[in-house]
Design a protein around this ligand. Sequence first.
Ligand code: UDP
Length: 321
Amino acid sequence: MAILVCGGAGYIGSHTVKELVNTYDVVVLDNLTTGFEKLIDSKATFVKGDLGDQVVLDEIFTTYKIDAVFHFAANSLVGESVEKPLTYYRNNVGATLVLLEKMIEHGVKRFIFSSTAATYGIPNTDIITEETATHPINPYGRSKQMIEQILADMAHVYDFHYIVLRYFNAAGAHESGEIGESHDPESHLIPIVLQHLLGQRKKISVFGTDYETADGTCVRDYIHVTDLARAHILSYEGMADGRVANNVYNLGNGAGYSVNEIIRTCERLSGKQATIDYAPRRAGDPAILVASSQKINEEIGWKPDFDLTAIIASAWKWHSK
Ligand code: UDP
């Protein structure tokens, strides 16, 4: 039996593939629009194609005995989603529907879905649990919420089981130093700061200094990408054992760090000093997003291994190579 990883050439997908291949046969489906083939572990079988391509999916599901699908493939930039809502709904919702229909047709029953803290919108609490109301404030968050709702409806009528994982801020790089966080263009805070400290960018812009937080900059919960990868595998194994199904879990460290604190930690670990430009707020950014991950700890036995220093140290090691 194999696991199909959709989006296995992307940042979080490729790190999960690297963990999965230690134990499982893995097939990666990716169209390489935002992913990179070189990130895919050589022990995985790579199929280049679109998630929404029925012919490709029929081929995969008839060639390989797929036990579960891990679905990472998505457009994932909040700002871009506001500019291009139809692209986000077509790729994140439309293509996912094709995948889900093909899973039902071929009798594939297990699905792990990459969702996001963006489903919560502007939460009315500082520590977000899965009970916190979801009111996404941009098309990206809404596209993920739509699939969450579709999965719940499917599980009512089909022999189909899912787990939704709502990620907070993924960061860091694989311990091998072979793969790490790389987007083109890059918009994420930690890689931008590290690229700047390496002399690859002139300065860093801090988006907003007037938030209701201790130092006025946004607070986020950063989680190491390998901790995320392990959560997927534990979720899958819990589903395969029949212990868990049809549930939603947050994935974060439970600790919030401001943009200024991130920059200071990067400076400390690199021994270099940043040039900072204090800029206006970026559209769509809530002030504080911090997760409670107690539910996945209790029900699946997951807890993070990496704290902020270890996350940034791993990213620095990879970026400075
Ligand atoms: N941020 C920033 N400057 C940058 C990139 C990001 O100040 O060049 C801020 C951003 O406004 C947010 C936090 O850093 O408050 C994390 O942003 P990122 O894009 O890394 O992740 P997001 O929270 O949007 O998923």
